[in-house]
Design a protein around this ligand. Structure first.
Ligand code: ATP
Ligand code: MG
Length: 512
């Protein structure tokens, strides 16, 4: 296709790549997702693998998750899978849960929402993000409390985020016999979880009491479903009935050309949902794709809209990138479009304005990315500590007294539109206060070794190593190693200026 083809691209009929003319093999599709696709298909429904999974499989990459779309309605999906839970109040999606916390999301084909539906959809997304953040925050706050009590961190939660509300009831849940799968091969039987695993909040049932009935949902055709999506490369379908790839929007051409393009008119699309701007930059920087001209130009006109998005949703997007192994390139793209202040407030303003601060943060985030790509899962306080360090460092040196608290307050007054949860921020600023002390010690040779028993010492040790030696180090306490190499094997402690006199154990004899 000519790269100058104007938007919107509306093909009369889809481009269909038959099996054998594309590289998607069922071996590369998650086996539980295959079970879901096969069962829907066996019951006479259309069942497509959709979204990022098709894009990634066509590029030979490993998908982050597998989503399914079908013409079966949510209640029909629920009837087919005992392990399906309907989420969302109005735009109901089925989450089919499998062991190990895996979720296959199944949605019914939808058409482009009208304005009223769009507002409801955005509100629902924000509520979902807030709920997920609150659950993660609850788990994190509890871990912090336990760590404070025990004097040691709970290392079991090393991922950047707590469990999602849907995952929690999975722990220890037994697996019962599946529904009758007589029309599905045995090895494709989806493994159900007990009905009792459904969290009340996720079902959406019972919430309507006393409220006006909702407008019926506008389900759509596969074609309409493709056109309601964000990017052409994200709107490709893989049909389990024919093993073919179906393209209504020109996504195959854009994949081939290494190009990110908004479906339809970019101005309309960004106004409908400004988070799509973030997604354009994410996918372009992750895949090393160019951004189609109109898609790119419209960012300057609508970037400011990001600021008005719900903070929980922006935090969710930021967190996705922080965990992706690609946050450095994403930050570079965001800076090129002047977007850092739009979600990081004054912290972003500093990174936008100062080359020096930005180079530093890109170096630190690059180290985070390398660690994640190497299979590590740095704790969230390390990730956010690195993100904040170039902004925090000059402040920390100037603060007298309670440095973590002052830094916490400074971040809150920096007015970041992305809502970083309180307990995560507290952990990050405590870690950074220890880091600052460590760097001072490396400069003057004076170290308060009592810091070693602080819960966040190990994380601080790694960050200090990265800042001082350029690597996270390959032992548990790289800071100590650096300190010892610099100042000798015995750490020099700060001299006690006012030694308390010990009380004599034996009272002196009474005067004669
Ligand atoms: P990733 O690899 O990060 O999971 P993804 O494209 O699969 O990338 P998801 O957030 O999993 O992203 O979304 C799944 C699909 O839902 C997308 O591929 C896209 O088709 C659609 N989608 C997601 N967000 C939006 C949005 N804001 N507007 C329109 N469609 C969206
Ligand atoms: Mg995805």
């Amino acid at each position: 296709m000519d790269p100058d083809t104007p938007n919107p691209i509306e093909y009369e009929a889809p481009v269909i790549l038959d099996r054998g003319r594309h590289r998607i093999s069922r071996r590369d599709i998650d086996p539980d997702c295959l079970k879901v696709l096969y069962r829907l298909n066996a019951q006479g429904y259309t069942a497509f693998l959709v979204g990022g999974a098709v894009r990634d499989l066509l590029l030979g990459r490993k998908p982050a998750d597998f989503d399914v779309s079908t013409n079966a309605h949510p209640n029909q999906i629920k009837k087919l899978f005992r392990n399906a839970f309907l989420i969302g109040r109005r735009f109901r999606l089925a989450h089919i849960r499998f062991q190990g916390g895996k979720i296959i999301e199944v949605s019914t084909f939808r058409r482009k929402p009208d304005e009223e539906e769009l507002a409801a959809e955005r509100a629902e997304e924000a509520a979902r993000a807030a709920e997920a953040a609150a659950t993660a925050e609850g788990g994190r706050a509890e871990a912090v409390r336990r760590a404070e009590e025990d004097g040691s961190e709970d290392r079991t939660d090393s991922a950047l985020e707590g469990q999602s509300p849907e995952e929690e009831p999975m722990s220890g849940a037994g697996v019962t016999a599946g529904p009758d799968l007589s029309d599905t091969p045995d090895d494709l039987a989806a493994e159900p979880l007990p009905e009792s695993a459904e969290p009340a909040a996720a079902s959406g049932a019972g919430r309507r009491r006393g409220r006006p009935p909702l407008k019926p949902i506008a389900y759509g055709t596969p074609r309409e479903d493709a056109f309601r999506r964000d990017l052409t490369i994200n709107a490709l379908f893989y049909d389990i009935a024919t093993y073919s790839v179906i393209d209504y929007v020109g996504g195959l051409d854009d994949l081939e050309a290494g190009r990110v393009r908004i479906i339809g008119d970019p101005d309309t699309s960004y106004v409908e949902d400004p988070v799509r701007i973030w997604r354009v930059l994410r996918h372009a920087s992750r895949l090393g794709f160019t951004i189609e001209e109109r898609t790119a130009e419209a960012i300057a006109r609508h970037g400011h809209l990001l600021q008005a998005c719900p903070g929980s949703r922006l935090y969710e997007e930021l967190n996705k990138d922080m965990k992706s192994g690609n946050v450095g390139p994403f930050f570079q793209a965001a800076r090129r479009y002047g977007l850092l202040p739009r979600f990081l407030g004054e912290v972003g303003e500093l990174y936008q304005a100062s080359d020096e601060a930005f180079e530093k943060v890109v170096f630190l985030l690059g180290a985070l990315d390398a660690s994640i790509r190497g299979g590590g899962s740095p704790p969230a306080e390390v990730a956010y500590g690195l993100l904040l360090w170039p902004w925090a460092e000059p402040q920390l040196t100037g603060i007298e007294g309670d440095k973590p608290k002052a830094l916490y307050d400074a971040f809150r007054s920096a007015k970041a539109a992305a809502t970083v949860p309180k307990s995560l921020l507290l952990e990050a600023v405590h870690t950074l206060a220890i880091v600052e002390h460590m760097l001072q010690s490396l400069a003057d040779g004076k170290m308060r070794w009592a810091l070693k028993i602080r819960p966040r010492y190990p994380e601080a040790s790694r960050i200090a190593s990265l800042l001082f030696a350029g690597t996270f180090g390959d032992c548990d306490d790289p800071f100590s190693v650096i300190y010892r190499n610099r100042f000798g094997t015995r750490p020099r402690t700060q001299p006690h200026k006012h030694r308390r006199r010990k009380k004599p154990v034996v009272p002196p004899p009474p005067p004669e």
